[in-house]
Design a protein around this ligand. Structure first.
Ligand SMILES: NC(=O)c1ccc[n+]([C@@H]2O[C@H](COP(=O)([O-])OP(=O)(O)OC[C@H]3O[C@@H](n4cnc5c(N)ncnc54)[C@H](O)[C@@H]3O)[C@@H](O)[C@H]2O)c1
Length: 304
């Protein structure tokens, strides 16, 4: 029996560990030929080793699958080109890119260093651009187009001590939407997953996550988005955790108010609260609860 993504050539960045490894193993088990792209760094992005990517390739081969390891940095343009180039060199095409590689450097905004900001933005946001750009240039010319799958996070909606990570993930969401509209006419889809799964990264989050699952729970949705059966799905953000899949809304204006001519600050002060007002930010409402739990040395509960 043919696998769900039989014969497809798929790149998985961050494929050496955590969710990326589960995606790479599942894709290979369902018939894909897989590039496992990972530089094997610590959670903060340090001490690279090519061993993690190689060991996932070994696991795939032992199970009878077909895969190659590429230890290249997704935050570099040359890295993205080499990762996609490896797929082309070996199999002559590229059908899917799953951008899972990521690092975490948590710090309050007022203490965050330039390097903590730059490295997190580079790994997540530029790390999507480098591989999507290289792959899209090939996919647009090949029969069957292709599928791009990004990795965002619920933290894109705001995060207390992860301004760098949250901004990078918000960037990933907008980037995926732009890829979806820009590549639509070429038969290329672009979607993003906001996962929650037990990995070294989630173990470090300073809160109890109300919903939790395993990396293997996330992989099936990625396989679906890579498959021929999901060609009609693009520009979407899906939460995937345990047995739950949820779709996020598309950003849009919710209320408007008009002045007779140009607004003055005084007129805005007089009318804004009673007209468009604000949209409730749930995270702000929970800050005091988080503060008290942190003071008591506990991990507060968060919904994502
Ligand atoms: N685990 C969760 O609950 C959770 C929640 C929200 C979002 N995410 C996102 O899901 C993705 C996977 O997370 P995870 O928990 O599996 O993390 P992880 O730390 O277990 O794995 C990340 C992998 O990316 C690799 N990597 C890091 N920088 C790289 C680079 N520059 N080039 C190539 N490879 C690199 C690492 O070596 C590692 O193998 C990340 O983008 C993360 O932000 C995870």
């Amino acid at each position: 029996m043919a696998g769900f993504v039989e014969g497809k050539v798929v790149v998985v960045t961050g494929g050496g560990g955590g969710i990326g490894r589960a995606v790479a193993l599942a894709a290979a088990a369902e018939g894909a030929r897989v590039v496992v792209a990972d530089i094997g760094v610590s959670m903060a992005g340090e001490d690279p080793t090519s061993e993690v990517a190689e060991s996932v390739v070994k696991e795939i081969e032992q199970a009878g699958g077909d895969a190659i390891a590429v230890a290249e940095d997704v935050s570099q343009m040359a890295g993205g080109e080499h990762i996609v180039g490896a797929a082309l060199e070996r199999w002559g095409r590229i059908d899917g890119v799953v951008a899972v590689a990521g690092i975490l450097r948590e710090r309050m905004l007022f203490n965050m260093t330039e390097d903590e900001w730059d490295s997190v933005i580079a790994t997540h946001l530029k790390g999507h651009f480098t591989v999507f750009r290289a792959a899209a240039a090939v996919m647009r010319k090949q029969e069957g187009g292709g599928a791009l799958v990004g990795f965002a996070s619920g933290a894109f909606a705001g995060s207390v001590a992860q301004a760098n990570y949250s901004a990078a993930k918000g960037g990933v969401v907008s980037f995926v939407r732009s890829a979806a509209v820009g590549l639509h006419r070429y038969g290329i889809t672009a979607n993003a997953i906001a996962p929650v799964a037990r990995t070294r990264m989630s173990a470090n989050v300073p809160m109890e996550l109300a919903e939790m699952g395993d990396p293997e729970d996330v992989a099936p949705m990625v396989l679906y988005l890579l498959s021929d059966q999901a060609r009609h799905i693009t520009g979407q953000l899906y939460t995937v955790v345990g047995s739950k899949i949820a779709v996020w809304n598309q950003p849009e204006e919710v209320r408007a108010v008009y002045a007779a001519g140009r607004w003055t600050p005084e007129e805005i002060a007089a009318r804004l609260d009673a007209t468009v007002g604000q949209e409730r930010m749930g995270l702000i409402d929970r800050l005091e609860e988080y503060r008290q739990a942190a003071t008591a040395g506990e991990k507060p509960n968060a919904s994502t």
